[in-house]
Design a protein around this ligand. Structure first.
Ligand SMILES: Nc1ncnc2c1ncn2[C@@H]1O[C@H](COP(=O)(O)OP(=O)(O)OP(=O)(O)O)[C@@H](O)[C@H]1O
Length: 355
């Protein structure tokens, strides 16, 4: 098991970071009146860990007994029947899924699943009808229609189910949904907090971790706990005992994006665009989120190599295609369009400068 999973705190009392949030969640559960919740914060900050521990606090060890189901839905949408298949994790008390995986049909999934859960209310320990918890991931990626339908269904079935929504950016969640939830911000942990987690893991694994090395991993992780723990484990595999100036390798996919950026800078032609497309596909099938590829990594790699004169224009087009990517369905089209645009701008610049 990877350390990120092995050392994920299972209960609210064992949180190494976000202790205060964890204690507030504990109070919420003890008051027996848990509202709908919206967890938001950057990737790798610890949202999922808090949600899992919260479920455990609510339902005990039963919340951890989950099974993965590939559920097929047949939804009656007036004139036609929509058939959808979606993976979900379910325990007797909760269901977790990623409704934005249903693409533009996400609103049907949102409506249908809440209705179905409301029908199957569990009985609580006192013999009364309890409530089920529905965990929806990446709600910021839901279409506006799906978010409206989420709001309606949330109100209608609030007695029978509680929603736990999770996302990176709360500004992409409609005000109507946000205002019906208790918003919980999960900040990116500071470098000191990350070091604390790394030291905890080192102790458990009986590893000597020099403080300066831990600090370097924390800084290089860009305040993502997941990234820091993964890097730490990679370094442990590559060389142990750690040495003073040991390199912290970038993630494989990051290395790959750097290579793509170099490919684009070396040649701007339809043939090269076609080759790069294959590489982008490879990243996407390995579940690297398209917006991370485009905005966070590819753009920053290109900017590093680019003449100052072009930076502004390239940033503008990256934002333009990122926006289109959010509106559209197939991310590859928009990433490829950005690369083609970049190639044309860069080639024009080279011709104008060097002839
Ligand atoms: N409070 C915590 N104390 C110690 N370690 C933690 C804590 N929260 C998270 N971690 C570690 O960080 C890793 C990443 O956390 P988590 O998966 O909860 O992040 P996330 O915000 O849900 O990320 P994403 O949005 O990318 O899914 C966990 O696997 C766990 O090992």
């Amino acid at each position: 098991m990877l350390w990120v999973d092995k050392y994920r705190p299972r209960i609210l009392d064992k949180m190494i970071v976000h202790e205060e949030v964890a204690q507030n969640l504990k109070k919420l559960v003890s008051e027996q009146d848990c509202p709908h919740l919206l967890f938001y914060g950057p990737p790798g900050s610890g949202k999922k860990t808090l949600i899992m521990a919260l479920l455990k606090e609510m339902f005990g060890p039963a919340a951890e007994k989950v099974k993965l189901e590939q559920k097929a839905w047949k939804i009656d949408a007036g004139t036609r029947t929509i058939e959808l298949e979606l993976a979900m994790l379910a325990s007797t008390h909760h269901v977790e899924l990623n409704p934005s995986d249903a693409g533009f049909q996400d609103r049907y999934i949102v409506q249908e699943i809440i209705k179905e859960m409301a029908k199957n209310r569990p009985i609580d320990s006192k013999g009364k009808k309890g409530f089920k918890v529905l965990v929806l991931n990446e709600v910021d990626k839901l279409s506006k229609e799906a978010q409206h339908s989420l709001r309606r269904t949330m109100e209608k079935y609030s007695a029978s189910c509680r929603l736990i929504l999770c996302c990176s950016s709360s500004s992409r969640v409609t005000e109507a949904v946000r205002s019906r939830c208790l918003n919980i911000r999960v900040n990116a942990p500071s470098a000191e907090e990350i070091v604390k987690v790394l030291e905890f893991i080192a102790k458990k694994e009986s590893i000597q971790l020099p403080p300066e090395f831990a600090a370097r991993i924390a800084v290089q992780s860009c305040r993502s706990l997941r990234r820091a723990i993964l890097s730490f484990e990679t370094c442990r595999v590559q060389q142990y005992p750690f040495v003073m100036n040991q390199a912290i390798p970038p993630m494989d996919w990051e290395q790959y994006v750097s290579e793509i950026a170099s490919d684009i800078m070396k040649e701007q032609s339809p043939k090269r665009l076609f080759q790069v497309r294959g590489k982008i596909y490879e990243l996407l099938v390995n579940c690297i989120p398209p917006e991370i590829i485009l905005k966070v990594k590819l753009l920053s790699e290109l900017l590093k190599k680019l003449d100052a004169e072009l930076k502004h224009e390239v940033c503008h087009w990256a934002a333009y295609y990122e926006h289109r990517m959010r509106l559209g369905q197939k991310a590859i089209f928009h990433i490829e369009a950005f690369i083609a645009k970049f190639m044309s701008i860069y080639k024009e610049f080279l011709i104008a400068t060097f002839g």
